[in-house]
Design a protein. Structure first.
Length: 285
């Protein structure tokens, strides 16, 4: 028997992980669905979510809340998402849509493909965020105008795709569909490499220059403030793509170093002009 169309306003949604992303998602969906369920192992986070009326129900045990919901969204670091997907069949005997918000997709989609048939899975990844995590830093408008990438499986139903798109629309984000493998290749260059470059800059900058740090350094090193607990799993799950991106960066740095070392300032100027043009094409600035 075909499933009825998904209706966000009539649906009960559970968010597992009420940090920055999950908390901002809850704030963005508040009042736009029938009920919001928050699940998080950190009890003070649950207390804050309830006291601020960010969710309607909250618990640290997924098995207590998931049997009630139509859609569960996994908002956690990638390794935790993979563990949750293994455990999900034990949390609820019911059928429901399952969506994640992990920063890499290939391993997540592979794990989703192994779920029992009663689950209707779809991969997701919003391209937004801040380096300061936790529910205390959540923002209702965090997703507004941000790209929200979807990576459906072959088994993903039109109902699950509709559910994901209704959530994206409710958040004011911009949906786009990608293959999971292509997603990971692209994000290695646009997200994971920038984090490593920012971290390398912070590591190589002498401590005695602290009084002279200005906006240029702060903007370039900002991503180094991201928690390693979140990024380590991303780098592990996208290792080959990140290594390829790193090798490309090292090659480009070597070319810049060679021009500077040999005092070939015409070459250096050409490289910097090319960089400026590419930056403008990427950002529209």
């Amino acid at each position: 028997m075909p499933q009825p169309d998904f209706n966000l306003a009539e649906s009960k949604i559970a968010i597992i992980g009420l940090g920055l992303m999950g908390g901002s998602l809850a704030l963005g969906l508040r009042g736009k669905c029938a009920a919001l369920y928050g699940i998080d192992p950190h009890l003070p986070t649950l207390e804050l979510a309830l006291s601020q009326h960010i969710v309607d129900y909250a618990d640290s045990d997924p098995a207590k809340l998931l049997p009630e919901v139509d859609l569960v969204i996994l908002s956690a670091p990638v390794p935790a998402i993979l563990t949750l997907l293994e455990q999900l069949p034990t949390f609820t005997p019911n059928s429901c849509i399952v969506m994640d918000m992990g920063s890499t997709k290939r391993l997540v989609v592979e794990a989703m493909s192994k779920l029992p048939e009663r689950f209707d899975p779809i991969g997701g990844h919003p391209i937004c965020g801040k380096e300061k995590l936790s529910l205390a830093n959540a923002e209702r408008t965090l997703y507004y105008a941000a790209p929200f990438l979807l990576t459906p499986l072959e088994r993903t139903s039109s109902r699950a795709i509709s559910a994901a798109n209704q959530i994206i629309e409710a958040l004011g984000a911009k949906g786009k569909t990608l293959d999971a493998v292509e997603h990971d290749r692209i994000l290695a260059s646009t997200s994971h490499l920038p984090f490593l470059i920012s971290s390398a800059l912070a590591l190589t900058t002498p401590a005695d220059v602290t009084p002279f740090v200005g906006p240029g350094f702060k903007s370039t090193s900002r991503l180094a403030g991201t928690s390693s607990s979140m990024m380590l799993g991303v780098l592990q799950s996208n290792r080959e793509n990140v290594l390829n991106a790193l090798h490309g960066m090292q090659s480009q740095l070597a070319e810049i170093e060679a021009a500077l070392s040999s005092e070939d300032f015409a070459k250096l100027e050409s490289l910097l002009n090319d960089a400026q043009a590419k930056y403008q094409s990427f950002t529209g600035n």
